[in-house]
Design a protein around this ligand. Sequence first.
Ligand code: ADP
Ligand code: MG
Length: 327
Amino acid sequence: EQLANQIAAGEVVERPSSVVKELVENAVDAGSTTIDIVIEEGGLSLIRVTDNGSGIEGDDIETAFFRHATSKISSSKDLFRIASLGFRGEALPSIAAVAKVECVSAPDGGGLGRRLVIEGGTITANEETSSPQGTDISVRELFYNTPARLKYMKTIQTELGHIADYVNRLALAHPGIAFTVRHNGNMLLRTLGSGDRLQTFAAIYGSATAKAMLPVEGEHPDYELRGVISKPEQTRSNRNGITIVVNGRYIKSFVLNQAMLQAYHTLLPINRFPLAVLELGMHPSLLDVNVHPAKMEVRFSKEAELREFIEDAIRRALGKQRHIPGP
Ligand code: ADP
Ligand code: MG
């Protein structure tokens, strides 16, 4: 069991941002409206995520730290209709295998909650405590018992950069959730959770940048697209400004990135990338999210058609602006 957890940990917990991702996704799945993230030393000394979601019921808190203890799937058939972000039940046990974890949680309006402490996969405390409704998980000394992994960590700034990239995009995917991120005591991000995506965008990239974005829209029998993209003059030297949200989930997609860049084709020099948020909706049967344990990569069943649809919508958005005849 412990070994299985450490092996799984290698897949799920690559670096501090992977821990942030798993904890924050759980908080989103729990229906939270506020998610507060506290980071110290790039996440290597502390990652703390506090949410006001549904909380974990009494004994379930211990179960949650065992493998495949997901509460999100009740039969293997459900694997084909996944709505929530997490569904493998691997994250918490994997994290607990390679760090010192404290979890305090209470359901139903709070009051009586439970506190569980696990160090390197071993439970060292499990007791009643008072707690507001929601879940508060602290992950300390990540990789303290796997020095080989620890050695691969980059600088604090690099690890923090990965965390910020991830949270920025998740916040964009969930404008209805108020996020804060603090690093070594400094507030790095605060979104209002008003539900307004452009306001969230402005909180992350600044309001001047937000005002200069072009709206993107597309309708298709299978797909719906909304979002904003930057004008060709406002590009960046990397892809980190591209956020793609599919059915409420922030994903990475080479195919969709390519479609987007193709639309900019003659307008962008090589190695320049737009700032963009694209929100795509489709029937869940048209995508496969179970490609990689980190669950960020998806596969689309009608890839060529989707590509064309995205390219077309972005061309139109750019065309309107620059009076280039549409396709
Ligand atoms: P998964 O998300 O794949 O179900 P995890 O290991 O991430 O697996 O979490 C295990 C279980 O712990 C979840 O299914 C959920 O029931 C519970 N859980 C974890 N984090 C939270 C949270 N922040 N709020 C409520 N429940 C949580
Ligand atoms: Mg999860």
